[in-house]
Every structure is written in C-alpha cells, then in structure tokens.
Design a protein around this ligand. Sequence first.
Ligand SMILES: [Zn+2]
Length: 518
Amino acid sequence: MSGLDRRRFLTGAGFTAAALGAGVTEKLAALGVGPRQDAGAQPAAETVIPPQNPIIGIQIDAISFLDEGTEKVLDILQEKAGVNALFMGSFTYGTGITGRQIEGHPFPDHGVQKYQDFSRGHGGDYATPHLEYYKDTALKPEKAPDYGKVDCLELVLPAAKKRGIKVFAWSEDVFGSHIPNIEKFQVRDLYGRNAHTVCFNNPDVHKFWLALQEDFIRSYDIDGIMWGSERYGAFCNMFESVHQRNGNDPSRVTCFCEFCQAKAKSRGIDVQRAFAGFHELEKWVKACRAGNKPTDGHYVTFWRILFRYPELLAWETLWNDSVHETYEAIYKQTKSIRSSAQVGWHVWHALSFSPYFRAQTDLKKLSDYSDYLKVTVYNNLGGTRMETYITSVSDTVYGDMPIDEALQLEYRIMNLRERGYAELPYTGLSPDYVYRETKRAVEDVKGSKTQIWPGLDVDIANVDLQFSRSSPPVVNACTKACFQGGGEGLVISRKYSEMRLANLAAVGEALREMKIIA
Ligand SMILES: [Zn+2]
C-alpha cells in the first residue's frame, strides 16, 4: 500500500448529527442544538501507519460464554470485530466488567434477555483461588459464587488457544463489604470510620494483590494480565468527582488508616498538620456547596488553604505513589515468573477530566513498569462524565464563573474541544476526543517499550436512558481515531454483554477500511 493510500483511509473520521443515534437528534433539536459547526471534532489528517497485527482486545465475562456458547461467541467476536484477545473479567465485586447487562438498561441483541440473578451472591475471584499463593496475607480470596464452579479462565482457554486468541486475566480494585473480616483491610475516613474499599498501604492488601496475580500467572496458560484502580486520594475526592454531580461527602473521603499515617510519618509528613488541613478543606467545601461566596473568591481561597497546609498535596502524592507502587510490584513479580507475559493497566477515565488526577498520573513514569496501558477514552459515556465532573467542581474550585465558562477553561487546560454543557450527556464526546487522548498518551510514553491500547466505548451503559448511545458511524470513527492517534491496539469496552452487534461490527468495518484486518 502506498503512503498516499494510507493517508486517504486515515482521514474522514468525521462526526455528524446523523451519527448520534436514534432519538438524540430530536433531543438536540429541543435544546436548540444543531449539527456541530467547528472543525475540532475532526481528527486532523495524519500520516500514521497503522500497526501490523495490533491487539484487538475485548472485555468479556464468563456469563456470555455460558449464555451463548463458547465457540459461537468466539465466532462472533472474530467475524464482527477481528478480536484477537480476550480480557476476561477475573476478579471484581462490581458489575461493570462481569455479569449480564446492568439492571435497568436495555438488553443487547444477543445473549439471555434477563438481568443477573444475585441470589447466589456476587463477585470475587471468577477463576479458582489456589490458596497456597495466599499464605502470607490475612486477606483471602473468595470464589465468586455467581456461576457455581465455573472457572472463567479454564472455560475459554482451550478454545481461544486453538484459534490463536490471547487471554488476559482482567481484575479490578473493587471489593465487597460483606467479606469476613474485611473491616481490618478497609480504608478509614477523616473521622476514623471504615469505607468499603481496601487500602494499598495495608500490607495484607498489598500482598493480596500480588498473590492474586501470581495465582493467575502460575495456574493458567494465559498471555497476560490487566489490573486497574479507579480511585484517587482524599484531596481530589473532597472537591471533585467523575461519578457524582454533587460531589462526595467531604467528611467520608479516605484514606487515613494507621498504615497511611505510618507511611506519611516515614516520608516526613506532619500527620497532625495534614489532618488539620483536611478539616479546613472540608469546611471550605461545605461552605462552597452551601452557596457561600468567599469574599476573595473560590479559587483564591482554595489556594490559600493549600499554601497554609501543603501537607494536603503530600498526602495525595502518598496515595498515588502507593497505587503506582502496586503496579510496579505486580509488574516485577509477573515478569520474574514469566517474562513473556504482557502486563498492563486499565488507566481510569478521570485522566480525561481531572487536571489534578492527570498531574498525578505521569504515563512516562508508569511506562517503566507497563507493557501496555489501556487508556480509557470512552467517548459516549465521556459526555456524561465530563458534564458530571464539571458540575461537581462548579461550586468548589470553579465557583467563580458560570459553568459554561468553567467548561471552556477545562477544555483549554485538558486540550479538548467538545460540546457545551447542556449538550454533553446527549451527544457524548467526539472521535476527536479519542484521537487527542490517544495521541497524548502515545507521546507521553514515546521512547519506552509501553504500547497504548485505548479502551474503546461500545455501548457502555450510560447513566440515564435519555442520554446518548453508541451508534455504528461514531464507533467506526472512534476506532479509526485510536490508530490515527498512534495507538498500537485497542480494548473494546466495557463488556460484551452490553454491546449491540451492529456496534461491534462497526469496529471490524473500521479495521477493514484501515486494512488492519482482512
Ligand atoms: Zn490507608
């Protein structure tokens, strides 16, 4: 193929009102929103050469193979989307990466048309825990009860191997609150109360994550692992949120457990000053949300607290360093067991919204212990999340300006060019967003071994049924944008059991148009 041909098929990932999906154009018309006029939505024409044989991964749970048949599902994935890697939901207590469609959302056009029956319980290790790996930790794994004795990895490995499809064990930092003795491992809030997540700085938790990955890599002939944590520390949780429009309760943010306190001390952080700073920030957040307008403004008084209590930032850095130390430990352990295994991370979507989280998440540094990064670029859900994020900070750090202006400031800071506040949940973010975020990640890790495999949004359940949904033209454009941005693979997200087949096929169409698959 000539360079000219490559350039031709890499252009034209446009975004039109027609591509928004059924019903959305009417809602936009009701809002007075017409087709987007600015050119920002179009990824610039690039001369990027698509990689040969990139990873085309999909996140999927055992339930889909049980409901639809292993061979049949693999046929669909290969034929429609050229899938060559399965990211099997292997450990979680959440419903985002395992289980059928999330309750209340429409069923896709395949699989059993029933919501999950949780009467047997839900969550845990969807493979088989081998207890010899957990001798050094008091936190023990539970076999997920959802599908009886089914082992999600054993279920797919033979059939996948036969077809040359890779298998990754995909686990996330989501714990249940009903696990025996879990309170010993949980994070603590500013007032010493337990919250439902577990603390990286608790030695048993750290050893648990290592044991879980060791179990996966020694017990199964898998090709790699992916782990992810969708959390930041107490500081950001106080005044902003990607998931709660009204923000979090600032008195319930974490972690202030004995282990975090000891680690802070060992870093020379004055723990009492840190607590005093968080109490000041809590008061400020509560006053801002109650509608108070500080005489010197929201932004200035926010900074006044930071200057007075720099321990706030040191505490946040401690948290993020602890997350990254977990990455590093898992990476080193896994590579020492099997150097050919591919080890990487699901990088939380907050990277696209929170400048504070982006500052704390230096991909260049992560590249030292990452074979790949699944950078989350969920475009459709991203519209709702951007709207949620900017709402959550509109009465705290950005309280000095109208919300639309705060959004424009946000776009400038984050190098995005997207729709206005009222439209976002009804339109999602554009393929240009996927392109920009992929390109940024690729440039961040340039010169390292780390590959960027963007996490592509295909029918991720949006928060409200009125909000935008994935549609084939947009999925097609976003698939291309992953490679236009220099991605070396992609991970179709969030789980097959919520995806419509036409949208899955749009991934394959884009890959064929780009001559990535035959
Ligand atoms: Zn802690």
